[in-house]
Structures are given as C-alpha cells and as structure tokens.
Design a protein around this ligand. Structure first.
Ligand code: ATR
Length: 277
C-alpha cells in the first residue's frame, strides 16, 4: 500500500488516521495512514525522513501549517492566499502544497448543512491561521458581505487586505473590524468562529446582536473546544454546527488530491460522531 501520515505536535489526539482508514476501506484505495509526532524545531527534518521512507504525502496540523507552506516547492492558489498548507504531496524531490481546510468548510456548509453562501451576510471571527485558511474559499462562494472580526483589529485588516482582489472579483463587500465594533449589530446569516475562544472558557468574542433570526453558527473546533461558544449561540436561538463535518470534508479533499477519488463523507461523519459521543 501507499503510505501517508499526519504530522503535528501534538498529534496523538488526531482523528485523521481513523478517517483516512475508513476512506481507504470505502473506496478500496490501497493506502495506510499514520500519525507522526515531529519535534517543534524538526518539521523539515521529519519531512525529509518521511520522503526517504517512501511516503507519498502527508497532512500537516498545528503548529506546522505555515512552515509547510514556506517549505514547499509548489503552492496552490489556496496556499498562496492563506500562507498555510495542510496537505502535502511528495512528487519525486518536489513538495507540492495545498490547503483543503477552506474547501472542507465550504463542502460541510453547502453539502452537509444545505446552506447557500451566495448572496448571504457572513461573519468570520478570528484572524489567525484557522481564519486565513478558509477566507479565500468562502469568498469564492460570492457572499453579499463578509466581515472579519478580530480582537486585534490590525490582524483582521491585514487578512482582508490580502483578499481584497478576490472579494472584488466576486462582488463581495469585505470588511475588517474589532469584535466589539458597533457595525456588527446589523446581524449575519452565518457566523463562523475561527478562534479558540471556547478553550479560554469565554462564551463568545462577539455580542448576540450579530445573530439574525435563523442564523447558523459554526465553530471550527469540535468536542469540548467548541462547547462554550455553541452553547452561547443556542441560548440565543441560533442553529449550531461544530467543526467535525469540516474535519471529515477537509480530509476527503486531501484524499481526493492524492488518489483522484473523492470518498463518501456522510457515513464517515455519522460514524465519527457516534464514536466521539
Ligand atoms: P489559529 O492558527 O488557531 O487561528 P492563532 O494564529 O494563534 O491560532 O489565532 C488565534 C485567533 O483566536 C486569533 O484571531 C486570536 O485573536 P488575536 O489575533 O486578537 O490574538 C483569537 N483568540 C484567541 N483567544 C481568544 C479569546 N479568548 N477571545 C477572543 N479571541 C481570541
């Protein structure tokens, strides 16, 4: 079988080996997929070792996504915009980098949750690596308006500036602001939390006035890391969704890039949720 891995630090908690093993069973693709812990100062060396061992590619998780983009010989447009990569393919001596996080989020919202993004008003909370990875693919869906709100407004502005041309091409009004900005009170159809605010025990970085009736609120995390934020959204009457669907969909996008086959995801998501509950 062809070998793949997820490389991170920490990585023991990763669900990716289980997800890709299910994809392999369901598609009949002959692959094996392992978790590899890289030393914090040894990501490049770990990649060299994996290539020497004959691996065909790997996923990259915290905290190496930026380094993965920098090390690659070839970068997809998504990687160039995000400055971060989560999927590497080893092509002889060359490392080809892609980022499937945004495609995974869009696939989860549109296919699994049945949402339409075109023409809607979106709020993206956060301006770190997680937000950067999804902004481009969200803009490609041509929302009417997309506001990036961050505690540190300068980081949101930098992210927005980098995506200005893409937003203009799709006719989207793209704005940056602080999480306490008054302009957020006009409300949104879809609110995406790309911060780790729940981990800090905080309820929400933004006021409940961001929620329109029927708003969908998604946290890119899952399990305890999403709980406080989604509980806040539920208390205010929003529909909620955690990041487990995005996790499975970004994995499916990576699998498709490596193998040329997109695995079924709905059954894998249902099984994974049952395992975690
Ligand atoms: P990641 O790669 O997971 O996005 P990051 O680059 O460290 O990690 O970014 C973390 C994001 O969560 C940032 O948007 C951060 O806000 P700042 O840029 O102002 O630091 C946000 N964040 C983290 N903890 C937060 C909290 N308790 N309340 C609000 N925002 C928080």
């Amino acid at each position: 079988p062809d070998r793949y891995a997820v490389v991170g630090h920490p990585v023991a908690h990763s669900r990716s080996p289980w997800i890709h093993a299910r994809f392999a069973q369901l598609t009949g693709e002959p692959i094996v997929y392992e978790a590899v812990l890289a030393p914090l100062d040894g990501f490049a060396q770990t990649l060299t070792q994996l290539r020497a061992q004959g691996l065909r590619g790997c996923n990259v998780t915290v905290p190496f996504k930026h380094e993965a983009a920098a090390l690659a010989h070839e970068r997809s447009p998504a990687v160039a915009l995000a400055g971060a990569a989560n999927t590497l393919s080893f092509d002889g001596e060359r490392i080809v980098a892609d980022n499937t996080d945004g495609a995974g989020l869009v696939a989860d919202l549109t296919r699994n949750a049945g949402e339409t993004l075109a023409g809607r008003d979106l709020l993206l909370i956060g301006a770190g690596g997680a937000a950067a990875g999804v902004l481009g693919p969200l803009l490609r869906e041509r929302p009417r308006r997309l506001v990036v709100a961050n505690r540190t407004v300068g980081r949101a502005q930098e992210l927005v500036d980098r995506h200005a041309a893409l937003a203009a091409a799709g006719g989207t009004e793209l704005l940056a602001c602080a999480t306490d900005a008054a302009r957020l009170a006009s409300g949104f159809d879809l609110v995406i939390n790309a911060t780790s605010s729940s981990l800090a025990g905080a309820t929400s970085p933004v006021d409940a006035t961001v929620l329109r009736p029927e708003a969908l609120v998604l946290d890119m995390m899952y399990g305890p890391a999403a709980r406080a934020f989604l509980a806040w959204a539920e208390r205010h009457g929003a529909r909620t969704r955690d990041g487990l669907g995005m996790l499975v969909e970004q994995a499916a996008e990576a699998f498709a890039r490596w193998r040329g086959v997109r695995p079924p995801t709905a059954s894998v998501l249902a099984e994974l949720r049952a395992r975690l509950d």
